[in-house]
Design a protein around this ligand. Sequence first.
Ligand SMILES: Nc1ncnc2c1ncn2[C@@H]1O[C@H](COP(=O)(O)OP(=O)(O)OP(=O)(O)O)[C@@H](O)[C@H]1O
Ligand SMILES: [Mg+2]
Length: 237
Amino acid sequence: MPADSIIAGLDIGTSTVCAVIGEYNENGSIEIIGVGKCPSQGLRRGVVINIESTLKTVRTAIEDAEQMAGREVSGVFTGIAGGHIDGINSRGVVAVTGKGREITKEDVDRVIDAAKAIVIPMDREVLHVIPQEFIVDEQGGIKNPIDMIGIRLEAEVHIITGSATAAQNLIKCVNRAGFRVNDIVLESLASSRAVLTEDEKELGVLLVDLGGGTTDVLVHIDGSPYHTNVISLGGGR
Ligand SMILES: Nc1ncnc2c1ncn2[C@@H]1O[C@H](COP(=O)(O)OP(=O)(O)OP(=O)(O)O)[C@@H](O)[C@H]1O
Ligand SMILES: [Mg+2]
């Protein structure tokens, strides 16, 4: 079986570090085949403050998951949280220039680029840019504008940013534990994909993850994230 038939996730929490290994079945959905947990050390309010302690817990959690799965992983998707996380809504606009004014994938990429062209401080990095809706010639509420005909294409997006150094320290811990980071995912966004239904997101829902060191908040409206916040206060000390 090819190595990429498995996927691994890592949640470096303030209280617990969790690793999970999933395997794609023939329907394309993921079956969990390994789980590893380790009491966390080296974090404060969701942010790594001690590389050495954190990397040991990361290694233990992933190795436990590998043992249960009977498979080894090289790369993991890692969650990020902490009071430095911020979410803002932004809007971009472009003219549709193609033949017959038919909106193409390139137009969509261009309008998302325009929407994310915001000034962020040097010490922050963009973690996610999530389209909320597209507006074609003032007609809003469009989820997929590709192939529609229009002159003016607008996009509203939710941009999630975080401290660049907090992300680098997270990656460093995982790398020094012996694993590659495939990507970083905002914890509350990952939780929302796991626990919320499409209907809930469409109707509007507030997700609250009460952790040991942080309380993560994410609001979905009309199927997309509109508000993100991480409060540096959890159930622990
Ligand atoms: N049954 C329970 N009732 C109340 N509180 C609980 C219960 N079980 C766990 N907790 C509390 O939940 C917190 C741990 O939550 P969780 O494992 O989600 O945190 P974490 O992901 O490690 O931390 P964070 O996401 O904040 O970095 C601890 O403060 C713990 O005391
Ligand atoms: Mg957590």
